[in-house]
Design a binder for this molecule. Structure first.
Ligand SMILES: Cc1cc2nc3c(=O)[nH]c(=O)nc-3n(C[C@H](O)[C@H](O)[C@H](O)COP(=O)(O)OP(=O)(O)OC[C@H]3O[C@@H](n4cnc5c(N)ncnc54)[C@H](O)[C@@H]3O)c2cc1C
Ligand SMILES: C=Cc1c2[nH]c(c1C)Cc1[nH]c(c(CCC(=O)O)c1C)Cc1[nH]c(c(C)c1CCC(=O)O)Cc1[nH]c(c(C)c1C=C)C2
Length: 474
């Protein structure tokens, strides 16, 4: 049957779902409703008039695996191939990874020598941890925190320092609460299937082809991606794009869903209500809680499950310094929660992407990420946090971690509220129950976006594709 599909939310997930849907002969019309004045959600870049580019959301996309290849195919299809800025595995930004521990920057162990001898801040050679890991018995729990899983298999020190900081650099979250199974499904599977992470890594999953890029960006910033998808959708002639169209309520009707937002759109959508309308929820700024607030009370169990997925707030502080000020080269450094609860890490944007520097003259661009699961504890309520205070804390971190005592020549503070969903223990069961409820009630609804099956840009785009495929599209 020919269908009209409503996509709620024009973040990268909603745009990707619309992109795949509009390629399907089965879908006659797509209506994309975005509450804010721009599409792209967290993909948000500042392009200064002098040519410098700063990212306030994601800054590097990793091309590995099927989800990574999928995004690159989309990028090529959109004609953005010529704008890709790749960072190879041999680039210093890929080879050098740092943690700031005991008031010092430490390069993370790498290569053979890094495996064989202990490298501070670690007291054991990594090889020893990996070798003994093979002998550790498989866990019996259905779900386990990342910290507990890694302490059990690789030792407490790696869990406290390396994994604690890694989780802050990906989820801005607390590895003692995050679920191993939902956050790192490949490693969880390695234990389940091979009984060991080391063996799992050595034997491989059999599918990954070694790629030469560690990550990539786009010459005018990652926001070019949602911009290009929007253009593509406009040109397709099959997608109606609406900005400033916040969905307030959706309710089931005999033939699909009734979608209501502000008056103008309400009337507009109403015309299409008698056609079968599928609703894709694309993850709202308020994430799962935004979907829960627009669902009817007949969906109470679903509303509850959605509300149980929490999110964290991150303060993103972009800084520009005159001259080449960094004492080290790498992608950036992370801090374990034992070192500083408020500052998650610092990205050395100029190292992987010097093309985004101001073209005339030498500058260094850095981004300090703060808060996350510790936001409230350190900075208080997000609405009360002032830009001045966040900026002062960020420049102080750059001074003490990297020895840069000059003041930045340019800065921008963005408070990204509720920006990263947290997959706490039991997350997989919540998502399963949600999908079961939708199936059992035969609701023509798909839930996609960062709240469910992965938080990276690649995962979110792939979830849009999967939902479109389930509708017979693609
Ligand atoms: C600071 C930061 C850094 C990141 N870094 C990386 C990185 O380096 N690499 C990486 O892969 N990923 C990164 N991510 C993750 C990635 O950017 C996000 O997970 C992804 O962009 C989420 O996309 P989404 O479409 O699910 O949600 P969103 O981007 O939140 O989109 C949802 C959209 O729905 C709209 N909306 C909300 N409510 C309604 C309503 N009622 N009606 C209509 N519209 C509504 C919102 O305005 C929004 O535009 C980062 C995220 C953040 C915040
Ligand atoms: C959802 C939010 C994400 C943030 N970054 C990523 C996502 C999906 C992508 C990402 N960032 C890092 C990894 C680890 C794996 C790897 O290959 O290194 C992934 C998948 C690590 C990282 N993130 C930041 C830094 C400085 C690093 C260390 C890099 C390295 O060791 O090479 C910066 C940073 N990005 C995010 C946050 C919250 C953050 C905090 C400092 C968001």
């Amino acid at each position: 049957p020919m269908t009209t599909v409503a996509v709620l939310g024009g973040g990268i997930g909603g745009l990707a779902a619309s992109y795949y849907l509009c390629k399907s002969p089965q879908v006659t019309k797509v209506i994309l409703l975005e509450s804010s004045s721009r599409f792209g959600g967290w993909l948000w870049s500042t392009r200064r008039s002098d040519g410098a580019v700063f990212e306030h959301g994601p800054r590097g996309i990793r091309p590995a695996g099927a989800v990574g290849r999928n995004t690159l195919n989309m990028v090529e299809d959109l004609g953005l191939g010529g704008e890709i800025l790749p960072v190879t595995y041999t680039h210093v930004a890929s080879k050098n990874r740092y943690v700031y521990v005991n008031r010092q920057l430490h390069r993370m162990p790498s290569g053979l020598s890094g495996l064989l001898r202990p490298v501070p801040p670690f007291s054991r050679p990594l090889l020893l941890s990996l070798a003994t890991e093979i002998l550790v018995k498989k866990g019996k729990e259905d779900d386990e925190s990342i910290h507990s899983f890694v302490s059990r298999r690789l030792g407490k020190e790696l869990a406290d320092i390396a994994v604690d900081s890694l989780c802050r650099g990906v989820f801005a979250g607390d590895c003692r609460k995050l679920s191993m199974r939902s956050c790192f499904p490949l490693l969880y599977d390695a234990e389940q299937r091979r009984g060991s992470l080391t063996l799992g890594m050595l034997l491989g999953s059999g599918t990954s082809i070694q790629e030469s890029w560690a990550q990539w960006s786009l010459s005018r910033g990652l926001e070019s991606l949602p911009e290009s998808i929007t253009e593509y959708l406009q040109q397709s002639g099959r997608v109606q794009l609406h900005r400033e169209a916040a969905v307030q309520q959706i309710s089931p009707s005999a033939s699909g869903w009734k979608v209501s937002e502000d008056i103008y759109i309400y009337i507009y959508i109403y015309i299409y209500i008698y056609i079968y309308i599928y609703i894709f929820n694309l993850f709202p700024r308020l994430y799962s809680s935004a979907l829960s607030s627009i669902l009817p009370s007949s969906c109470q169990p679903l509303i509850q499950l959605l509300q149980d997925i929490s999110t964290v707030t991150v303060a993103v502080v972009n800084l520009e310094y005159e001259g080449s000020v960094l004492p080290v080269a790498g992608f950036g450094h992370l801090l374990p929660s034992s070192e500083d609860r408020g500052v998650l890490g610092v990205v050395y944007d100029s190292v992987p992407f010097p093309q985004h520097n101001r073209p005339d003259g030498e500058t260094t661009r850095l981004t300090v990420m703060m808060g996350g699961a510790w936001f409230q504890e350190v900075f208080g309520a997000p609405e009360a946090a002032t830009e001045e205070r966040l900026l002062a804390r960020a420049t102080e971190a750059v001074r003490s971690h990297l020895g840069v005592s000059t003041a930045p020549s340019w800065s921008r503070v963005t408070l990204q509220r509720d920006c990263i969903p947290q997959y706490y223990l039991g997350h997989h069961r919540r998502v399963e129950s949600m999908r079961r409820f939708i199936r059992e009630k035969s609701l023509s609804l798909s839930v996609i976006g960062a709240s469910y099956d992965g938080v990276s840009v690649n995962d979110v785009i792939f979830s849009g594709r999967t939902a479109a495929e389930e509708l017979g599209a693609v």
